[in-house]
Write a protein that binds this ligand. Structure first.
Ligand SMILES: CC(=O)SCCNC(=O)CCNC(=O)[C@H](O)C(C)(C)COP(=O)(O)OP(=O)(O)OC[C@H]1O[C@@H](n2cnc3c(N)ncnc32)[C@H](O)[C@@H]1OP(=O)(O)O
Ligand SMILES: CC(C)C(=O)C(=O)O
Length: 547
C-alpha cells in the first residue's frame, strides 16, 4: 500500500487539560436537519420544489426546530422553495429555517431576498479556513480570510437592519478540521467581536468536520480546545457538522457533544456529500437506547425511510444501524439462542427495561416489523426452536430440537440460502409429524378395563391391513404391545411430552415421542391431532416409521 503518499492533514493541538473523556451525554442537543441543503447538494439529481416541500413537512413532523432549507442563491429551485415555504405560511412558528450563503456580495443579496417575510431565520455564512484552502483555492492570507468573513456579516447586518423578524446568524469556518487551531479561534473571535452576540441574541458558531481526517477523539479535542477559547462563550451556541469520510461521522458528533457542542447538524440516515453527513437518526436512537429522550419523534421510521428513498433516490444498506433490513436479525446459532432466552426471560419476568445481548433496542419502539432470527447453516437449535415456537406454536423438547437442527443445517448448507419459516416447518412436518410410510394407524377404539386400556386397532403394516388388539396400562402402552409382535424390531418409549398447539379449547395437541431400540439408538416422532389420545398414537407410529 502506498501509505507514503499521505501525511496527517490536521494540525497540532497544543497541550491542554481536556475534560471530555470524563463526560457523558445526558440530554439531546439542538438538532438541525441539513437534508434539504447538504443532503440535497450531494444528490445525482437534486430535489424538485414539490419534493423539497414534502421532505420539509416530514422533518417538521419529526420535530426538527431548525431546518437548513437550502442555498437560495444556488438555483431557481432553491430560491423558489424558500419563497414557497414563506409565501404559503408552511413554517410553524416554533421552527427556524436556515439558509446557507457564501461570503460574496451578490450571493448574500439574493439570500436576503429569499428570506424576506420569514418569522424565524438563521442566516448561515461560511468561508473556508484551512491552510490548503487559503493557499490553493482562495489565494488568501489569514488576514484576507478573516476579512472575507467579516465583510459578509457586515453586508448581512446592513441588508437586514430593518428586518422586523427574528434573524440569527451562524458562522462556519469551513474545513475547520484542517485549520490551525490558533487561526480557527482567531477567525471565530473576529466574527464574534463583529456581531457582538448577547444572551438574548446568541450567535451560532459551527465547527464543521467538512472532511473527516482524524479519529473522533482528535475532533473532540479540537472542539473543546476552541470552545474554551471563544469570546462571549455564554452567548455562543456551539454547533458541529460532521461528515463521514472515515466512517465515524456519528462518533465524531457524539464525542463533540462531550467536548462542549450544544447543537448537531446532520441528515436522516446520513445522506450528504461523498460518504455523507452525520446520521441524526442513529445519534438520536443511540440516545434513546440508553434511556435519554432523543426529542425527535422517530417511531414512524418507515415513513422516514420511504421519504429518504423516494426523494434522495438512495437505498438503505441492509446493515445500517437501527433501520437496515438485518438490524434486528441474528443468523448465528449462539446469538439466536441468547436472543431467544432473553426474550423469554423478559416476558416471564414482565421486565420494565429492554435488555437483550444482541439487539440494542426493541424494534417495536420504532414500529419496525422484524425477523429477529433467520435460519441458515450457521444457525443452531435456539433459533430453529424460536421459529417453530413463535411462528407455528411447536415447543420441541431439547433433544428433538437437536435432532432436527442437523437436518436443517445441512438443508441450508446444500441450498446456500436462508430458510424461510415455512420451509423449516415443512421440513419438520415431513420428517416427524404423523408419518405413515410403512406403518399406518387406520382406526382404533379404546375400552377401559378397570385401570387398564384395551385397544383395538386397524393398521396397515408394510401394505397389509391388520386388526390388532392388546391391553396395556394406557392406550399408548396397549398399542406398543399390539405392534411389537408385528414388526421385527424391539423398541421402548424413552420420552414422551405433549402440549396444546393453538391455545384454545378447540385446539390441536402435539405429542413428541422418542423410541429407543436394542442398541440404544433414539428415534423421534410427533403426532398432531385435536384428540390427545390420537396425537400420542400418531406420534408413536411416526417414530416407528422413522425407526
Ligand atoms: C462544505 C459545503 O458544503 S459548502 C456549500 C457548498 N454548496 C454549494 O456549492 C452548492 C451551491 N453552489 C452553487 O450553486 C454555486 O457554487 C454558486 C452559485 C454558489 C456559485 O457559483 P459560481 O459563481 O459559478 O462559483 P463556483 O461555484 O465555481 O465557486 C468558486 C468561487 O467562489 C469562491 N468561493 C467559494 N466559497 C466561498 C465562500 N464561502 N465565500 C466567498 N467566496 C467563496 C471561490 O473562491 C471561487 O472564486 P473565484 O471564482 O474567484 O476563484
Ligand atoms: C457549510 C459547512 C457547514 C459545510 O457544509 C461543511 O463544512 O461541510
Amino acid at each position: 500500500m502506498n501509505y507514503q503518499h499521505y501525511k496527517k492533514s490536521y494540525f497540532h493541538i497544543p497541550n491542554f487539560k481536556r475534560t471530555w473523556p470524563e463526560k457523558e451525554i445526558t440530554h439531546a442537543p439542538v438538532w438541525v436537519s441539513v437534508d434539504l441543503r447538504d443532503g440535497n447538494q450531494a444528490l445525482l439529481s437534486p430535489m424538485t420544489l414539490a419534493e423539497k416541500v414534502e421532505f420539509f413537512k416530514c422533518l417538521v413532523d419529526v420535530g426538527f426546530k431548525e431546518i437548513e432549507v437550502g442555498f437560495p442563491a444556488a438555483s431557481d429551485t432553491e430560491y423558489s422553495f424558500v419563497r414557497y415555504l414563506i409565501d404559503n405560511d408552511l413554517i410553524p412558528d416554533d421552527v427556524s429555517i436556515q439558509v446557507l450563503t457564501q461570503s460574496r456580495p451578490h450571493i448574500i443579496k439574493r439570500t436576503v431576498e429569499a428570506i424576506a417575510g420569514a418569522k424565524n431565520v438563521i442566516v448561515h455564512l461560511y468561508n473556508s479556513t484551512s491552510f490548503l484552502q487559503r493557499e490553493v483555492v482562495f489565494g488568501n492570507t489569514r488576514q484576507e480570510t478573516i476579512q472575507l468573513a467579516l465583510e459578509g456579516f457586515q453586508q448581512l447586518k446592513e441588508l437586514l437592519k430593518d428586518n422586523p423578524n427574528h434573524i440569527r446568524y451562524e458562522y462556519s469556518p469551513e474545513s475547520f478540521t484542517c485549520t490551525e487551531m490558533d487561526f480557527a479561534i482567531e477567525i471565530c473571535n473576529a466574527v464574534i467581536d463583529e456581531l457582538k452576540p448577547g444572551p438574548n441574541h446568541k450567535l451560532i458558531i459551527n465547527l464543521p468536520s467538512t472532511i473527516e481526517v482524524s479519529t473522533p477523539n482528535i475532533y473532540a479535542d479540537q472542539i473543546e480546545y476552541v470552545s474554551e477559547r471563544l469570546n462571549r462563550r455564554s452567548s455562543i451556541i456551539l454547533s458541529v457538522h460532521a461528515h463521514n469520510d472515515r466512517g465515524t461521522g456519528v462518533a465524531s458528533s457524539e464525542l463533540a457533544l462531550l467536548a462542549g457542542a450544544q447543537r448537531v447538524e446532520g441528515t436522516l440516515f446520513g445522506n450528504g456529500e461523498r460518504t455523507g453527513n452525520a446520521d441524526l437518526v442513529v445519534i438520536a436512537l443511540n440516545l434513546m437506547s440508553v434511556g435519554i429522550d432523543p426529542k425527535l419523534e422517530l417511531s414512524d421510521i418507515d415513513r422516514l425511510i420511504h421519504i429518504y428513498k423516494k426523494f434522495n433516490k438512495l437505498p438503505i444498506h441492509p446493515r445500517h444501524p437501527y433501520v437496515g433490513e438485518f438490524a434486528y436479525t441474528a443468523f448465528s446459532g449462539s446469538h439466536q439462542d441468547a436472543i431467544r432466552k432473553s426474550m423469554d426471560y423478559a416476558q416471564r419476568t414482565n421486565a420494565e427495561f429492554w435488555e437483550n445481548p444482541y439487539i440494542t433496542i426493541d424494534p417495536k419502539d420504532i414500529n419496525r416489523s422484524y425477523e429477529p432470527i433467520m435460519i441458515n447453516s450457521q444457525s443452531g437449535k435456539g433459533g430453529i426452536g424460536y421459529v417453530l415456537e413463535t411462528k407455528f406454536g411447536y415447543m420441541l423438547p431439547k433433544a428433538l430440537l437437536q435432532d432436527f437442527t442437523s437436518a436443517i443445517k445441512s438443508l441450508s448448507d446444500r441450498k446456500h440460502a436462508v430458510l424461510e419459516p415455512d420451509e423449516i416447518y415443512e421440513a419438520f412436518r415431513q420428517e416427524y409429524i404423523n408419518r405413515s410410510d410403512n406403518i399406518e394407524l387406520l382406526e382404533y377404539h379404546i375400552h377401559a378395563i378397570g385401570s387398564e386400556s384395551e385397544i383395538t386397532a386397524k393398521m396397515k403394516i408394510y401394505g397389509e391391513t391388520k386388526e390388532l388388539k392388546a391391553v396395556g396400562n394406557g392406550p399408548l402402552d396397549a398399542l406398543c404391545l399390539a405392534i411389537r409382535p408385528e414388526i421385527n424390531h424391539k423398541f421402548e418409549i424413552a420420552t414422551y411430552s405433549e402440549h396444546a398447539l393453538d391455545g384454545k379449547s378447540s385446539s390441536r395437541a402435539v405429542t413428541y415421542i422418542a423410541l429407543s431400540d436394542n442398541d440404544g439408538t433414539v428415534t423421534w416422532g410427533a403426532g398432531v391431532h385435536p384428540n390427545i389420545n390420537t396425537s400420542s398414537l400418531y406420534a408413536l407410529v411416526s417414530a416407528l416409521n422413522r425407526m
